[in-house]
Design a protein around this ligand. Structure first.
Ligand code: FDP
Length: 334
């Protein structure tokens, strides 16, 4: 291993130097995220050996059954950020309300997180993730963490995900492109492995739970028929790839191109995925890499949050593939 390898912490510091007046606070939060990710990678890896698989017997804020790993992941991420004193509140898939942490002026940030994305995969050794968006709050509004979250519509100051798959990968943006870091377990360091990630303009795969196709808008069914028709000149048919973890499927689309979508259906009339801590952070990251994210009609990052667990439809990935989905949904293609 060469000492020329760029560690996550060095990369964070180098980005901080791009802002001469920066106080290093965002850097501190990103370092903590890296630390939490290492703990989670270790515990997910040995969960089957230490009795940490399976259900707790409770439902979380959005009605999903909670797994032991959900709770562990939530506690780990919340503690890692709370320790810094820089975070006023945390919104998490696993918490009913905004977790209030501090009202001090120093606490300039709000963390929105799905600490364990794809938790239906825990007991089958499938891909899992942690999604995060760090937002700057309006400290002049006093101690109003809920208001701070609901006022957020702009791009987070930093966003990304950790993917616990065949390796552990941390991918983030803080407004200077998108970079990915692979965990070297022996060194205990995340090392830069994916520099300046750009999402290809088109892909050859689609990710969706097509078991629900009968419940989707007929124009979405037409879109799938289009993707699966054979037309070598335009790269069709697209292959279906669906991991059951949003992070895993978005990661594939980010690296190789392609599209992930979760449309509304009768069981999820507003869509299934959560705006504030799943869709918006991933949208910010994918857009920074040159991709696109919408609810099929409008940009995810333009949708106002009405409540912290709000659900929206999500279409995300390569710019041309997402634009084509939107055109089909509008009925402009058939
Ligand atoms: P999960 O419920 O297992 O946490 O975040 C929600 C999510 O997983 C996504 O990661 C995933 O893409 C989707 O839901 C899977 O939903 P379906 O089982 O309905 O396909």
């Amino acid at each position: 291993m060469s000492t020329r390898a760029v560690t996550l912490n060095r990369h964070i510091l180098e980005e901080e130097r791009l802002h001469p007046g920066a106080a290093g606070e965002l850097s501190e939060l990103l370092v903590q995220l890296g630390y939490a990710a290492k703990i989670l990678a270790r515990e997910i890896g040995r969960a089957a050996l230490v009795g940490r698989l399976g259900l707790v017997g409770e439902k979380n804020a959005t009605g999903d059954s909670q797994k032991k790993l959900d709770i562990f992941a939530n506690d780990t991420v919340v503690e890692a950020f709370a320790q810094t004193g820089l975070v006023a509140g945390v919104v998490s898939e696993e918490l009913d309300e905004v977790k209030q942490i501090s009202c001090e002026g120093k606490a300039k940030y709000i963390l929105c997180t799905d600490p364990l994305d794809g938790s239906s995969n825990t007991d089958t050794n499938g891909a899992l993730g942690t999604i995060f968006g760090i937002y700057r709050r309006d400290v002049s509004c006093g101690c109003d963490q809920l208001g701070d979250v609901l006022r957020q519509r702009a791009t987070p100051v930093a966003a990304g995900y950790v993917m616990y798959g065949t390796s552990t990968l941390l991918v983030y943006t803080s407004g200077h492109g998108v970079a990915g870091f692979t965990l070297d377990r022996e060194l205990g360091e995340f090392l830069l492995s994916h520099e300046n990630i750009r999402c290809p303009e088109r892909g050859r795969t689609y990710s969706a739970n097509v078991a629900r196709i009968g419940d989707w808008h007929p124009n979405i069914r037409r879109f799938i028929e289009h993707l699966t028709q054979t037309d070598p000149a335009s790269g069709r048919p697209y292959s279906l790839r669906y991991s059951g973890a949003l992070v895993g499927d978005v990661h594939r689309s980010l690296i190789e191109g392609g599209i992930y979508f979760y449309p509304p259906d009768p069981s999820h009339p507003e869509g299934k995925l959560r705006l504030v801590y799943e869709c918006a952070p991933l949208a910010a990251l994918v857009e920074m890499a040159g991709g696109r994210a919408s609810d099929g009609r409008q940009r995810i990052l333009d949708i106002p949050a009405e409540n912290i667990h709000q659900r929206v439809p999500l279409v995300i990935g390569s710019v041309e593939d997402v634009a084509l989905y939107e055109a089909f949904l509008r009925g402009e293609e058939s």
